[in-house]
Design a protein around this ligand. Structure first.
Ligand SMILES: C[S@@+](CC[C@H](N)C(=O)[O-])C[C@H]1O[C@@H](n2cnc3c(N)ncnc32)[C@H](O)[C@@H]1O
Length: 274
């Protein structure tokens, strides 16, 4: 079979997702996206055709493309993802960028609570070579993926991983605490799109009102933040006001609700002054 026929078959199985057809073809042909068209006249090995077709049908059945490819780009870095971790979202990039701007320019300690694939922790370690990062998660299988990412992206000597409940594994004080905890409400869980439902329940459900982890972070993580240090959390797009109130009740005063590049409020940031 020729590459052009491969693409035609892909379009027949995924008629509404031509770009995904090209991504899958590039993945199985082992070439860049822009090279697929140039290869249209080339023959494809039978095993490659079989693997590509299997992937097409998995995608047609609703499996996220990132789990099929096993990769997701985040902060221009290539992360491994498996169904054991949340697929890192571009919304989180603005949170990481903000964190990087707030970090002291001297050696400092960062904690990433609920690290999942390690996207936030590993990106911070990559772009802030003076930062030592502690990353924790309650999922052992997620931590295994995060450790692989730290290793493959060359920062494993500056990111330590801990298995445990929220801030419990963290010791000492941090200059910056970052977290993208689960925040989907009970009601929203009932209406999630099929592909999101295939991500770990543990990574999504944030309690009845979606805010349970923010209350716990205010109570359990804040004592581990230095006076003058920053806490920054990603939230759902209707939650920044509620999270700001939680932070205020915990004694924080300078509280900022930030937007992502879509103009939606998606994170809350505060400096600890006590
Ligand atoms: C929304 S995902 C975020 C993953 C990653 N930080 C990201 O932004 O792509 C939330 C993570 O919280 C973890 N988690 C859930 N409950 C937890 C708990 N009690 N303590 C620590 N981590 C928890 C899940 O395993 C999941 O990896």
């Amino acid at each position: 079979m020729k590459v052009s026929e491969l693409i035609q078959q892909g379009k027949a199985v995924l008629p509404k997702a031509e770009h995904e057809v090209n991504w899958l073809a590039a993945h199985f042909l082992g070439c860049g996206l822009n090279q697929v068209a140039r290869k249209s006249g080339e023959n494809v090995a039978k095993a490659t055709v079989m693997a590509y077709k299997e992937a097409l049908y998995r995608r047609a059945a609703g499996e996220p493309l990132q789990y099929i490819l096993g990769r997701q780009e985040f902060m221009s870095l290539d992360f491994k993802v498996t169904p054991q971790v949340l697929i890192p979202r571009w919304d989180s990039e603005v949170v990481v960028e903000k964190a990087l701007n707030l970090l002291p320019k001297t050696p400092c300690r960062v904690a990433d609570i609920a690290t999942g694939s390690g996207a936030l922790a590993v990106s911070i370690a990559h772009y802030a070579p003076h930062a030592m990062v502690d990353a924790c998660d309650i999922s052992e299988s997620a931590l295994a993926v995060a450790m692989e990412n730290a290793f493959s992206l060359g920062v494993s000597e500056r990111v330590a991983f801990y298995l445990g409940d929220l801030a419990a594994p963290l010791t000492g004080e941090y200059d910056l605490i970052i977290s993208n905890p689960p925040y989907i409400t009970e009601a929203e869980m009932l209406n999630l799109p099929n592909d999101v439902l295939q991500e770990p329940h543990l990574a999504l459900y944030g309690g009845k009102d979606g805010l349970i982890f923010y209350r716990r972070l205010a109570e359990e993580a804040l004592p581990k933040l230095k006076c003058g240090g920053f806490i920054i959390v990603e939230t759902g797009d209707t939650q920044t006001g509620a999270v700001a109130s939680i932070f205020e009740a915990a004694g924080l005063r300078e509280i900022y609700q930030g937007k992502n590049y879509d103009g939606k409020y998606r994170y809350v940031l505060s400096k600890k002054s006590f």
